[in-house]
Design a binder for this molecule. Structure first.
Ligand code: NAD
Length: 338
């Protein structure tokens, strides 16, 4: 496995539709390489490439920790260069089809169900689109897996039962609102914030207490769940955090991996995002191999993955991110030697 380098990086361009995209395949052993299609605005092709490289690499670690037979990839499409979205998705789909199945594409930030319908007309090599071809609510699988990880961390690191726990969620989108619903059903108090006011009403109806986005990271709570965009936990935000557990759901929750050590110094347990948010990957790979839509037992295993990371972090005096990388690397080596 090309653990640090990348196996393939494809620049995909189509002048008529304005498509400019990168497909980064981090590793191909084991196959397939799984990775979502992210369609966001970028300042430059270089920024988009950097995102594709970083996200595809982390997908390899995510597969290893989740026990998924596959490796990491990511497609990043520069949204602000597109002038005909459907045509752009068609060209992208043909490139994915041309890869012959070594890469299985799924949904990621900015990718809509309309995009999916168009993509599926051009390629069969997709994942997590459901047995009936409709886009699965990947957010539910991610939320379910993250809930198990957070509950296990609470058992190991908190004196409080879940009914007496306050969970604060930054971002009430597909994953955030699904996670909020689960913790409310478990009896926890849930506080939430979203930058988009249209997301607030649904969360309020579920019983979420809403605070302004500027207050959510410093709100008084036991578990803080960054569930919006990555990079919100950094040198400036960490001293303001009141939670004893930060549960990384947003990809690349930390501004930099070294901030896991700063969280540790502040007696805050960080649950690494690439372990905690693997639910959609697990369900997508299960769907691919079995043609079944759901796999609740496999999603629950994220709880044990989190327990193993916390144990390794304690035993070897590592930050939880370092412990997760060590465990993932060991799993890859064990698979190769088997
Ligand atoms: P989403 O786009 O549905 O929701 C994100 C929400 O965050 C939006 O409602 C947005 O308005 C809000 N937001 C953005 N900036 C904010 C801010 N500063 N403060 C408060 N709210 C803010 O995305 P999602 O599918 O729920 O994913 C959430 C995160 O989890 C992303 O980082 C994503 O990469 C990661 N993730 C998602 C999945 C999945 O299955 N959807 C899987 C793995 C990782």
């Amino acid at each position: 496995m090309a653990f640090e380098g990348h196996e393939q990086i494809l620049a995909v361009q189509d002048a008529p539709s304005g498509l400019r995209a990168w497909i980064a395949i981090h590793a191909l052993d084991p196959q397939p390489a799984f990775g979502g299609i992210r369609i966001l605005d970028y300042r430059s092709e270089r920024d988009a490439l950097f995102d594709a490289l970083r996200l595809s690499r982390i997908m390899t670690y995510k597969c290893a920790l989740a026990g998924v037979q596959g490796s990491g990839a990511k497609t990043v499409v520069i949204a602000n260069s597109i002038n005909d979205r459907a045509a752009a998705i068609r060209v992208l789909g043909r490139h994915i089809e041309g890869l012959g199945g070594i890469y299985r594409a799924g949904p990621d930030a900015g990718f809509t169900s309309e995009d999916q319908q168009v993509l599926m007309e051009e390629t069969q090599y997709i994942a997590h689109f459901g047995v009936d071809g409709r886009m699965q609510s990947a957010g539910d699988a991610t939320a379910e897996g993250a809930m198990h990880g957070i509950l296990r961390a609470l058992e190991l690191r908190s004196e409080l039962p879940v009914e007496e726990t306050t969970v604060a969620i930054q971002g009430l989108g597909a994953v955030g609102v699904s996670l909020a619903k689960r913790f409310i059903e478990l009896g926890a108090r849930v506080i939430g914030a979203d930058a988009d006011s249209s997301k607030i009403a649904l969360a309020q109806n579920l019983g979420v207490t809403i605070v302004p986005p500027s207050k959510i990271l410093s709100t008084s709570c036991d578990v803080l769940v960054p569930c919006a965009m990555g990079g919100t936990i950094h040198d400036v935000s960490i001293p303001r955090i009141q939670a004893s557990i930060v549960a990384g759901v947003a990809n690349n929750t930390l501004g930099h991996d070294s901030q896991a050590a700063l969280l540790k110094e502040n007696n805050i347990t960080f649950l690494p995002d690439f372990a905690l948010n693997a639910g959609a990957l697990i369900e997508g790979s299960h769907n691919l191999h079995t043609n079944e839509n759901s796999c609740p037992k496999k999603l629950a295993e994220i709880g044990e993955t989190i327990a193993n990371i916390l144990q390794r972090s304690d035993d070897d005096k590592l930050s939880t991110i370092e412990a997760a990388f060590v465990l993932a690397s060991e799993k890859v080596i064990a698979t190769k030697n088997h």
